[in-house]
Design a protein around this ligand. Sequence first.
Ligand code: ADP
Ligand code: MG
Length: 514
Amino acid sequence: MSDPKVSPRVILSTRGVSKRFPGVQALSDVSLDVRKGEIHAVMGENGAGKSTLMKILAGVYIPDDGQIFLDDRVVRLENPLKALQLGISLINQELNIAGNISVAENVFMGSELGRFGLARRAEMRRRTREVLDLLGAPFAAETRAGLLSIAEKQQIEIARALVHNSRVIIMDEPTAALSENETEKLFTLVDSLRSQGIAIVYISHRINEILKIADRVSVLRDGRYIGTLEGSEIESEAIVRMMVGRTLTDFYQHRVSTEKTEGFFRVEDFSDGKKVRNVSFSAAAGEILGIAGLVGSGRTEFARMVFGADRRLRGEVYLDGRKISINSPKDAIRHGIGYVPEDRKSQGLFLEMSSHDNITMNVIGTTSRAGLIAGRRNNAITSQAIEQLNIRLASPRTRAVSLSGGNQQKLLLARWLQIAPKVLILDEPTRGVDVGAKSEIYKLIGEIAMRKVAVIFISSELPEVVGIAQRVLVMREGALVADLKGENIDQETIIAYATGVREAQAAFAAKTGR
Ligand code: ADP
Ligand code: MG
């Protein structure tokens, strides 16, 4: 026998696996090896193909091309039961648990033993109990599954894998719905499964989890296998680089406008009598102006007032040297002020509408005069936007709801670009967006600013504020407390102002004369 340390035993592998869905090549030519007794993390951005690959390994999808080897023999995983019988289990993010039957019945659901009489039922319960003990599960085989928490239901699925003697257990984002505490417990469990020689294929977005538990990390990008890291190679920068295909220093690369018109957009003495107090500032055309602050500091309330979405008590707006009147979003749009809200799903996007309609919504009024021609023109607008913003979708008719977070955000940006805004307010534009799309959005924001737009960039993520803004205003308890430029923009300074530490220091210094 070969020494497992010298040549770790591969139990499951894919060779040249490809899978296409209508309009998307989900996987292209993927070859991956899974070894006995390892925790093998599979990483990649949203849409990279991770779940598709896992479903192929678990017999849910049949690949269009390529082969799957189990113990060096080609296997055909025609359906999930076949995969389970061969020792491969998939634990999906959407758990496969029936709430109205017992834990034991769930464990044996769909397998041979489940179908027989009383004696079998006793056997089912006994074996379930055995496995639950092994897992240290805090519930009984007879418990109705519907009464259990998500973490506990996940344990039922692991129990199911174990009673079927699974040698490979695939977990697709298992911690997404778990608390920190439950996550820790899962890690302990996964660790003990590994020491029994079981291979765990573990999918997660959370780099910290991966650094903690993975023996090896494979990365997929755009449906392709990029590579596998092991041992000391496993570190976050390398993983991110593989995931996004560029280095972190390129991450905030965007063009910076050198030609700015100072005082282009000016807001004076904005107050709502509650969350926003006497806010005044000006933004230059061509400038990316960051607004940082803690959650609840009043940034969103302020932005909504500027856009006319909420009423203000006081406050005036000047654009290009003229005072303008803004009392509704319609006024704002007419003057060229755009706003991409924080909560794009409930406030910005029309999820059930097509991507095309979402993009062209604001231009319909100006282009629909001549029916057909307008239709064609709008189609051209959409195709141009899709190309320019690199929006990934099957077709312009794809509904917004089915796009990833990053692509949804791009739809909103595309919509505002159609009105050629003079001022564009972006409220947390990269929230819930994966790293690759983030970097594209930064680049896009840079390009928008280059068109002499004053871009107001509200974000709670300090690294990105520091990375892309040329000037940063800090808001605290509804008031602006700092206006930072150039060298002075760094995370520590922003935090000191956002939390009030800086004022406290200044007050102390003034009092003590230090
Ligand atoms: P990941 O799990 O890495 O986020 P997926 O494997 O879910 O990625 O998706 C890969 C690509 O395949 C995406 O573009 C996704 O939209 C597409 N896709 C996945 N499942 C289906 C399906 N059942 N029908 C059509 N397209 C799909
Ligand atoms: Mg997935």
